[in-house]
Write a protein of this length. Sequence first.
Length: 366
Amino acid sequence: MIKVTSLIKILKKNGTNFFTGVPDSVLKELSLYLGKNKSNHILATNEGSAVSIGIGYYLSTKKIPCIYMQNSGLSNALNPLISIAHKKVYSVPLILLIGWRGSPKIPDEPQHEVKGKITLKLLKLLGIDYTILRNLSDLGKFEKKIKLSKKKNSIVAGLIEQGTLSKEFKNVKKDYYKLDKEVFLKIVLENIKNNSRIFSSTGYNSREIMYLRNKYNLNKGRDFYMVGGMGHTTSTALGYSLKNKKMTLCIDGDGSLLMHLGSIKTIGHSKVKNFKYVLLNNNTHDSVGGQETFSKKVNFKLLSKSLGFKKYYKIQNTSNLEKKIKSFLKDNNNLSFLEVNISNSSIKKLPRPTNLIKIKNKFLNK
């Protein structure tokens, strides 16, 4: 195992003292450390933005930044990594710390195993020299790569598997709101129409919906769980609603929405009427450590209206909760946006969707 403080020490020793990235469960200890040292840390909305922030930082300071992400986020990061930072373009030196979900030796969910198998091949294809960090001796190897990065203006990466980083910091999640998500979602699942279709975002949202359906035998509608593709729930739901008259309910999280915020402009421009957007806003990246998303500071009423949504609803507490949910669901003639201020997840040991082909086939059935 490796201590985050030992890893940080190596980075700082070699002149890297600026960090930017997207929270990841594998790198939770790193996020906890950075949360206590905010002066040299920028939390990015997506991995491509993190790489771009790092590039700008280097151009300003000539110092190499550290950019952290889950390996699934490499897809978001590809554009600036290839089109700007690549050694055959601007040759910008960067240090990547990548949480390696789906690594060959550790069983994982299907979407992570797919990405895990191609992660090393992808880094090789990009010409990124990497070190797999499993113990303290690997830090020495990684330091040599960092020195080479400084010398050759190249990109290097450290890959970290689940359970590698030892626990050093206490994770105290902050609840910004009080409404229990389970209470809200249960009422939604009880009141949707039988032919409704739900698209729910990655993280806890999809797992909670699956849990509640099983616990309370709630069978109305069909669900498509976005187990991966964070930030793409809105566009997937829109694509479905364009050629289908069924009521389409997109249940998203604040971190997911902010990752690809432009997608709701596409929805507003499309003017679909059978589409309802639900933002479960807890102001945190709940499933990967509880880091703040800063969505609390966004005026979603002004945002949604300016982007083409006809109706905006907001729920903050249990007062007339069922009545408000029913009113939102029955508004059939308007493209509607519902912001729900919720607490962090209170359900322990949530199930994970595994047989994804079966889930897809059930969703496709009339």
